[in-house]
Design a protein around this ligand. Sequence first.
Ligand SMILES: O=C(O)CCC(=O)C(=O)O
Length: 275
Amino acid sequence: MLTTEQKKSYQQNGYLVLEECFSAEQMGVLKNSANNIVAEFDPNSTRTVFSTEDQTKTRDDYFLSSGDKVRCFFEEDAFDDKGQLKQDKSLSINKIGHALHQLVPEFKGFSHNDKIRDIALDLGLAKPQIHQSMYIFKQPKIGGVIRWHQDASYFLTTPISVVTFWLAVEDATLENGCLQVGKGCAEMPLKEQFKRFEDDTTELTQLHDFPWPDDDTALPLEVKAGTLVVFNGLLPHFSAPNVSDKSRHAFTLHITCGNTLYAQENWLQAPPSKL
Ligand SMILES: O=C(O)CCC(=O)C(=O)O
């Protein structure tokens, strides 16, 4: 599936952009399915927001028990001072997580297709297994920042193996908060580890104190819908707030290698699905 050049580029840069990997029709199916989940979601069932700025906001039970469920998380700016939604719920959800690949037929079929599997194998995941899936809305005007991070902080294995499959369901631009990656950072040592303890408390442990790349040195990945971006677990990346009037939907999979040791402290302990 991947050429030698593409594999080399992934090794050198820590990421690879695969344009026109999936069709507009396939993106339409995923988008409809995500919209249906939101349509069925009772907005009064939770007030949990997803924030990467304030880590305490992601530690409640609704989040920590979502590894094998399909749950909606609000944008941080979705509510007014009185705790009421500022706009329709369809424009208020930050993301759906974290077992779409197991529980929702459209996402299950998409995630377990041969293309994803072949790419995973080509990138060196000898026994690829999916731990997590997310549908990210990056809503117009209120789509929040995703701070700099490395995905191995959340899906730590020994040796490190996690690869993120980030699919643009809609066009991603600088205006609507596209993914941005660190240049020359393919092997930046792991800076943080997000740990979950037996009593369900969590901690973001600092492993190194060197700084994240400056925002203005990052490489924005402006891509068309249907493009798949794959990147390794050490590559620092972030996305800026969406201040535009266009959403930026994306679907992500976090895939590790079954031949590695999955850390007991990782927050998500639900059994992965084999690819
Ligand atoms: O889609 C985004 O804005 C960021 C996603 C991300 O950082 C991730 O999946 O690790």
